[in-house]
Design a protein around this ligand. Structure first.
Ligand SMILES: NC(=O)C1=CN([C@@H]2O[C@H](COP(=O)(O)OP(=O)(O)OC[C@H]3O[C@@H](n4cnc5c(N)ncnc54)[C@H](O)[C@@H]3O)[C@@H](O)[C@H]2O)C=CC1
Ligand SMILES: O=C([O-])CC(=O)C(=O)O
Length: 339
């Protein structure tokens, strides 16, 4: 097997624990780092000790850092040599909040981690789960570019939208879940989530009149979980599952088996500079960002309506990047001041 080093940042959190478990079970993983803060509810040491007893090949290590530490100063041993860094570190939303409300706090958390990746593992694929994905990913890609690195290494994780769409189509059609594959394009919040039911054999049998409601159900699925958890967080287990599907696809690609999943990346398939569509992961990470393919009239109308909404959220991320920068040591080229 490939012998990759993987880090889960926020690895002791609600998503981080199941995600760490599933990544520890991936035969391509030789070393798994569970990275969290010393103030995490469960110590990273405890999560790693627990996972280290799985009879799987991965060696599991824990790293815990002070909440005020700059990761670029302290996380060298943890991040150096990583092939994939999965980032579910961040605050989840509460009932009544939308994902965009998390931007200020979560962009700061993401920046601390991503600048450390720029310093210690600039060749790794960095998969950002932290919300709001629509803005945090552009913000981090723009900062990454400013520091002289390749923004294609940063990927926004939207796999949960595909997982949900596939489950709902299975429930309606009875088609085997393993045969259902629904691309979900656009972004990861509200109307920017656009499932392409017309592109799947089973889903395309669903009457056109029923599609708008099903489309809405996928868009609102995160909010349904937030409401059901009643202030105690958002989707964690299904997100751990979805994050591992994306993580394992990236590792399969790095190991020489090109593998395709939807992801939110720097893109030129539409007029927007960041967009979720099918992405093939290969030996260097993102290999191909695929065009959208044929859309039904409903999907075409939805694409037109979501474009200005997603643009605004992308712009919020670009604006964040315009007033921030990585510390000098995270830059590939000579870089003047520490931000
Ligand atoms: N992309 C997607 O589809 C989804 C994204 N999310 C997002 O994922 C994020 C995490 O959600 P949960 O796991 O439920 O939250 P959580 O609060 O259970 O876990 C977050 C973990 O991150 C850690 N953390 C915070 N700041 C950190 C830092 N600077 N360095 C390292 N670790 C740090 C915390 O100590 C905690 O253990 C949220 O922003 C949430 O909105 C949640 C579900 C789906
Ligand atoms: O709804 C949330 O805040 C968490 C999330 O992104 C999802 O479950 O899709």
């Amino acid at each position: 097997m490939a012998g990759f080093k993987v880090c889960v940042v926020g690895g002791a959190g609600g998503i981080g624990q199941p995600l760490s478990m599933l990544m520890a079970m991936d035969p391509n993983v030789a070393e798994l780092c569970v990275y969290d803060l010393t103030i995490a509810m469960i110590p990273a040491d405890g999560v790693a000790a627990d996972l280290s007893h799985l009879n799987k090949a991965a060696k599991v290590k824990a790293y815990a850092f002070d909440k005020d530490a700059r990761a670029a100063d302290v996380a060298g041993e943890c991040l150096t040599g990583c092939d994939l860094v999965l980032v579910p570190a961040g605050v989840p939303r509460k009932p009544g909040q939308d994902r965009a409300a998390l931007l200020d706090i979560n962009a700061g958390i993401a920046k601390n981690i991503v600048e450390a990746c720029a310093k210690f593992c600039p060749e790794a694929v960095i998969a950002l789960i932290v919300n709001p994905v629509n803005s945090v990913v552009p913000a981090m890609c723009e900062l990454w570019k400013k520091a002289g690195h390749d923004p294609c290494k940063i990927v926004g994780v939207t796999t949960l939208d595909c997982v949900r769409a596939e489950k709902f189509v299975h429930e309606i059609t009875g088609a085997p879940v393993g045969d259902i594959s629904i691309p979900v394009i656009g972004g990861h919040a509200g109307t920017t989530i656009l499932p392409l039911f017309s592109q799947d054999k089973a889903a395309s049998t669903i009457p056109a009149a029923d599609v708008p409601e099903l489309d809405k159900k996928v868009q609102n699925a995160g909010t349904v979980v937030v409401a059901a958890k009643a202030g105690k967080g958002s989707a964690t287990l299904s997100m751990g599952f979805a994050g591992a599907r994306l993580g394992s696809a990236v590792l399969a690609g790095l190991a020489g088996t090109p593998t395709t999943e939807c992801a939110y990346v720097a893109s030129n398939v539409t007029e927007l500079p960041y967009f979720a569509s099918k992405v093939t992961f290969g030996e260097k990470g993102v290999e191909t960002v695929h065009p959208l393919g044929d859309l039904s009239p409903h999907e075409q109308g939805r694409l037109e309506a979501l474009t200005p909404v997603l643009k605004e959220e992308i712009d919020a991320g670009i604006e964040y990047a315009s007033r921030n920068q990585f510390c000098a040591s995270a830059a590939a080229a000579p870089y003047p001041v520490c931000g």
